[in-house]
Write a new protein. Structure first.
Length: 505
């Protein structure tokens, strides 16, 4: 019989604390946590399965020892396992992390705002849903909590802070990809007692950026995006450095009932195993595509010369926060970028002209998606498309974008009707018009801009509103016909803006 091979000395790299934050942790952290007895064995049901079992049970036989799961809103094996895993994926050797999972990204955002319950939140732009969450908290607290203040640069912020404020950094920002300097904001926060910094890291999941390592108090992720990564899970997570804070968040979650379902958590755990590979690949492909598209702005021999208005990705030297991103995002610049085409008509048409990019909202999945973002958020430029890069080959995605941009740009010749909108918008927002009809300049202008040449009905209505307004319309003189039209318009999503305009008259 052969001699057994000599036992190698146990490599230091096999202890969990030395693996935290790595791809290896994403595959082994849950089992190692049990083996190293930092987690009691019953917590995950079993440590013998090679792949984690899916426990769907909502209730558990009352534990005689006093230790064990009781009811799944409190704790559940699959969720405890996934939280242990995610904590070790977000944390690093230098900075451990504890993860708490939620039923959606916005449920996690709500939980984090409710945890700090600040009087004021410094926040600018970003995902519009986060602002809706803040609106809810303002409503519940009768306006005494979560008042939004625009976020200035970190140097200016220090002088504006009061004890108890919360600084909310979504970085990179959805969809503009602006990057906030986490370290500098943390330094500003430290200049005033009891000020906290929370980061929405959805656009830069681990291993791209580590907000806790930079001093942030908490990082929130819409796990719906890159962490779950397959467009089939809705979920959210908060990761914090302190185990006590994580326990408090779990207690709050128990009361709020914002727990994720076990299946979603199991799917998330499965996806975390491949997170590093997926995210690095998506980030690398997005960087190559952004670079190629951006070159069209300056290189007259580029296939898309003259057709690209702007490209926003932190990897680009032209990006306004590139140097901060280089320091802050050592793992890569993210799988999303914003692309601005030369005309609104081309931007609207592009998603429908691509074969490999789904025309859909959301991001971070294995399949590339593209979206004309203005559809949901009127604050976004009408030229802008948010692009989320999946795991397809760079060359195929490049070829698809090339044919798509060429096609929509040749179809979207500078259209007379676009120019007509512009002209009517100018008339409507002219000082004489504003003065005579007390129209809200921005809303009317936005309403008109929202109209497309392909909606002639709205165009003619816009014209009649404009004629009425230019003719010196007042509330008293408003014709019934316009009242009636406003109701009709209100019934369509696009008409919303016209309705807003009409109601100003
Ligand atoms: C940056 C960011 N934060 C939060 C959310 C909300 O996540 P969920 O849709 O899972 O609630 C999103 C969703 O798109 C997002 O992009």
């Amino acid at each position: 019989m052969d001699e057994p091979p000599p036992q190698r000395p146990c490599a230091a790299a096999s202890s969990l604390s030395s693996l935290r934050g790595t791809a290896t942790a994403a595959v082994h952290a849950d089992k190692l946590a049990v083996e190293e007895e930092s987690v009691p064995e019953w917590t995950f049901s079993t440590a013998e399965d090679v792949a984690p079992p899916l426990s769907l049970s909502t209730t558990f036989t009352a534990p005689s020892s006093g230790q064990g799961h009781i009811y799944s809103r409190i704790s559940a094996p699959t969720r405890s396992r996934c939280e242990t895993l995610l904590g070790n994926v977000e944390g690093t050797q230098e900075q451990p992390a504890h993860a708490v999972l939620y039923s959606s990204g916005l449920a996690a955002a709500f939980a984090l705002f409710a945890h700090f319950l600040p009087k004021r939140v410094f926040i600018s732009g970003g995902y519009h849903g986060t602002h809706q969450v803040l609106g809810q908290l303002q409503k519940i607290s009768a306006g005494s909590r979560c008042k939004c203040e625009p976020l200035p640069g970190p140097e200016k912020l220090a002088s504006c802070l009061e004890a108890g404020d919360l600084i909310w950094l979504e970085t990179p920002l959805n969809p503009s990809c602006d990057v906030a300097n986490i370290k500098a904001y943390v330094a500003a926060a430290k200049s005033c007692p009891d000020v906290h910094v929370a980061v929405d890291g959805t656009f830069a999941p681990p291993p791209l950026q580590r907000p806790l390592l930079l001093g942030a108090d908490a990082v929130m992720h819409a796990t719906t995006k890159s962490l779950a990564g397959h467009s089939d899970v809705l979920g959210g997570a908060i990761c914090v450095a302190s185990a006590e804070t994580a326990d408090q968040l779990r207690k709050d979650r128990l009361a709020l009932g914002s727990t994720p379902g076990n299946l979603e958590v199991w799917l998330l755990m499965r996806s975390l195993r491949t997170l590093h590979v997926r995210v690095r690949q998506q980030s690398a492909t997005a960087t190559l595509l952004a670079e190629w598209l951006d070159a069209a702005r300056t290189d007259t021999s580029h296939e898309l010369a003259g057709l690209i208005h702007a490209v926003h990705h932190p990897s680009l030297k032209s990006h306004k926060n590139h140097s901060v991103a280089v320091e802050q995002m050592p793992g890569g610049f993210g799988g999303c970028f914003a692309l601005e085409l030369a005309s609104e008509a081309a931007a609207r048409a592009l998603p429908g002209s691509l074969k490999l990019f789904g025309s859909a909202t959301s991001l971070g999945g294995v399949e590339s998606l593209i979206e004309w973002r203005r559809r949901w958020d009127p604050a976004i430029s009408p030229l802008l498309l948010r692009v989320s890069i999946g795991l397809e080959d760079f060359e195929h995605l490049r070829a698809d974008l090339l044919q798509g941009v060429l096609r929509v740009s040749s179809e979207a010749k500078p259209d007379a009707e676009d120019q007509e909108h512009e002209a009517w918008a100018q008339v409507l927002t002219s000082p004489e018009c504003i003065g005579s009809a007390s129209i809200d300049r921005n809303r009317v202008s936005r309403g008109l801009m929202k109209l497309s040449p392909s909606w002639p009905l709205e165009v003619s209505r816009a014209r009649s509103v404009a004629e009425f307004a230019v003719g010196g319309g007042t509330k008293a003189k408003r014709p019934n016909e316009l009242n009636c039209k406003s109701n009709q318009l209100h019934s369509t999503a696009r008409g919303h803006f016209m309705f807003a305009s009409l109601s100003q008259l």
